[in-house]
Design a protein around this ligand. Structure first.
Ligand code: C2O
Ligand code: CU
Length: 511
């Protein structure tokens, strides 16, 4: 097993393609040049509301004191449309945050300035297949991929990250991820905290060597079976993150952008957390939890009111211990300091949104008798119904009909009972591309109840989701509808090491 250190190995390749800055300017010249090269295609493309150039490049950023860290990151530029459509996260290697309004048409020119294949997936967004970032669409270094889609999703916190097969984990780990925030009219009427009171909190774990370079995969087989677990937390790409706030309510948009680490989030002063949104946007009404279980790729939005707090006080967002890998310790994620006194009369509305729920009774199909089995298969590979990823293949139980409402079940069964890892069970966060679903039922086997009970009060199953955590011994039922677009999409485990190993499959929507 080789230890992948981004620093040296990738440095070598980076020099091979020439400087990143040079690359950017030569590959993405003026607008006119972009269109004149393929005149035949122009008439079919309308002018979008927002047009963005998004480049993936190697870069160096100051994350820790001392040496800079070599990262791979997204950089963006608005070509047409409002300048605020992209927001740069200060001092961070995170990609720019997209800020769009439901109904807007978007064109993104993705320019691959990395020394290897890549492609961008818009996680959680309902987009046509050509815009979904399937690994078969991955482009070579130096190539450009053009995405065209209309934003049809509800106001919420979505995100984007790479999706080339077998390399999603390392590319995301190297720094390639960003938020995609959607606004709509329903949300605007609520007067939720905005501007400086609306903040992203992207939680990631990393490990650094003594030169401040990222370490990935150094535990070999273990990292791949279990998933990568770092020993340091970054918030918005920043180590030892401090948030200074005013005496005002805040909207905090939390994303678990880690490769495989699950968080059990709580305030250290024991105040409950108020959740206003999940993966697919606003809940009908706020809900409270003593702690929140946030699996990789999941988002929650919190309403946090500091208006009654004293200036000079503060609190920590911490991870509480739980009974699964990575849950051994209590540790801080970020420190909030109340630093400024401001006047406010803002309050949290008790009705947030109106949701047109799907009805379980109207579902037309169930996927295979016992649902999708999540298990360790032959050759130490995590599997979905005994299968691993094949680039173009779709099994007969992976074909759905456009317009159908279905019930899918995922059952986490554990290992084959053979070999060192036999009988191994791990939690799997299951993601379905291009849609939002409802979580309608969970069932836990009695022998796995302990670990489950250490996290279940933190599940926020209300609202819309694109990723659901399926604990060892658990069966989870979801209700999902295949609308608008036909073609080949993905469902997979969002533990990125599991995904890269092949715990991912196509499903196809047929007309
Ligand atoms: Cu965020 Cu296919 O993944
Ligand atoms: Cu998994």
């Amino acid at each position: 097993m080789t230890s992948d250190k981004l620093s040296r190995r990738d440095m070598v390749r980076i020099t091979g393609i020439g400087g990143a800055a040079l690359f950017l300017s030569s590959c993405f010249p003026e607008r006119a040049a972009l269109f004149s090269t393929d005149a035949a295609e122009i008439p079919t493309r309308e002018i979008p509301d927002i047009e963005i150039a998004l480049t993936a490049i190697p870069d160096e950023v100051q994350i820790l004191p001392g040496n800079k860290t070599t990262v791979w990151r997204y950089k963006g530029e608005v070509i047409t449309g409002p300048a605020e459509s992209l927001h740069i996260v200060p001092n961070s290697c995170l990609g720019p945050t997209f800020n769009v309004i439901k109904g807007q048409t978007i064109r993104v020119h993705f320019i691959n300035g990395l020394p290897e294949k890549s492609i961008v997936h818009w996680h959680g967004l309902h987009v046509p297949v050509e815009a979904d970032g399937h690994p078969r669409l991955a482009i070579e270094p130096g190539e450009t991929y053009v995405y065209d889609f209309t934003v049809t999703d509800r106001a919420g916190t979505y995100w984007y990250h790479p999706h080339p097969h077998g390399r999603t984990g390392v590319q995301a780990y190297a720094g390639m991820a960003g938020l995609f925030i959607v606004h709509d009219k329903e949300e605007q009427r609520l007067g939720l905290p905005s501007g400086e009171y609306d903040l992203p909190i992207v939680i990631q774990d990393r490990s650094f060597d003594s030169d401040n370079q990222l370490i990935y995969g150094n535990r070999g087989m273990m990292d791949r079976m279990v998933g990568f677990l770092g020993n340091q937390i970054l918030i918005n790409g920043i180590a030892d993150f401090n948030l200074s706030v005013s005496t005002h309510p805040y909207r905090l948009r939390l994303l678990n952008g880690s490769n495989s680490r699950i968080y059990k989030l709580a305030w250290d002063d024991n105040t409950p957390l108020t959740v206003i949104a999940t993966d697919g946007g606003l809940l009908e009404r706020p809900v409270q939890r003593d702690y929140i279980t946030l699996a990789p790729a999941q988002r929650v939005e919190l309403w946090v009111d500091f208006s009654q707090d004293e200036v000079g006080r503060g609190k920590n967002l911490i991870n509480l211990p739980f009974d699964a890998i990575g849950g051994e310790f209590i540790y801080p994620l970020l420190r909030v300091n109340v630093e400024q006194l401001v006047k406010t009369s803002a309050s949290l509305p008790d009705h947030l949104s109106t949701i047109a729920w799907q009805k379980e009774s109207e579902a037309v199909n169930r996927r295979s008798p016992r649902g999708f089995q999540l298990a360790l298969g032959q050759g130490m590979a995590w599997t979905l119904n005994g299968r691993t990823f094949e680039m173009e293949a779709v099994a007969s139980d992976e074909i759905v009909r456009l317009g159908d409402l279905e019930i899918w079940e995922f059952e986490n069964r554990g290992g084959s009972g053979m070999g060192m890892m036999g009988g191994m069970t791990l939690p799997h966060p299951i993601h379905v591309h291009s849609l939002q679903y409802q979580i309608i039922e969970r069932e836990i086997s009695p022998s796995n109840r302990g670990a489950w009970a250490s996290l279940r009060d933190g599940f926020v199953d209300e609202g819309w989701h694109d990723t659901v955590l399926v604990m060892p011994g658990e069966r989870v039922k979801i209700l999902l509808k295949f609308e608008d677009y036909t073609g080949l999409y993905l469902y997979h485990c969002h533990n990125l090491e599991h995904e890269d190993m092949g715990m991912m499959r196509n499903f196809r929507v047929d007309a």
